[in-house]
Design a binder for this molecule. Sequence first.
Ligand SMILES: Nc1ncnc2c1ncn2[C@@H]1O[C@H](COP(=O)(O)OP(=O)(O)OP(=O)(O)O)[C@@H](O)[C@H]1O
Ligand SMILES: Nc1nc2c(c(=O)[nH]1)N=C(CO)CN2
Length: 179
Amino acid sequence: MKREVTAYIGLGSNLGDRLGYLQSAVDRLHETAGIHVTRVSRVYETAPVGVTEQPDFLNLVAELRTTLSPEAILDVLLSVERSLHRVRLVRWGPRTIDLDLLLYGEETINLPSLTVPHPRMTERAFVLVPLGELAGNHRIPGTDATVGEWIARLPAEEGIRLYDGRISLPELKIEPDTV
Ligand SMILES: Nc1ncnc2c1ncn2[C@@H]1O[C@H](COP(=O)(O)OP(=O)(O)OP(=O)(O)O)[C@@H](O)[C@H]1O
Ligand SMILES: Nc1nc2c(c(=O)[nH]1)N=C(CO)CN2
């Protein structure tokens, strides 16, 4: 039996059918061999951070159980982004879908193409608040605080509100290599 790790993915969309893109991304992650999406947070509508002249985002966080390595997960995230016609013209600018690997078990990873925990997550309400629903008591590796404590340190939870729409969790699947 391969080792399974719990990982958290941040999802965001601010172009087109935002909820539809998020649902498709969750479905595609779950369809990937070696990934089970086990829980999803509620969906939040959030004011854009970084480049502020762009539409509001929908954001949520998904919890995975996975036998894939962090590098393999990054490849999956990039290919799901490509398959959902992501066009990225500007750093921090609008996109149909954005997927970030936030946490991978207790690991810290510093590769040229991959930093985990995600380097900007502790300052982002649009990441911490949905993550707090799933993992409020997890300490963020490499830091002195849990997700809940990082939320308490945010300047103010403004620019983020619950959205009236949810992502449905795909059916649990059984994979021969993980049972
Ligand atoms: N934890 C991570 N999750 C996703 N991508 C990462 C991570 N760490 C490094 N990267 C790199 O970042 C690249 C994606 O950058 P991208 O342009 O999507 O950033 P962004 O979403 O605009 O900004 P931000 O990284 O601040 O969310 C990927 O190609 C990947 O190599
Ligand atoms: N509210 C919000 N702002 C952002 C987001 C996002 O997902 N939500 N993603 C960004 C690129 O990483 C930049 N700014």
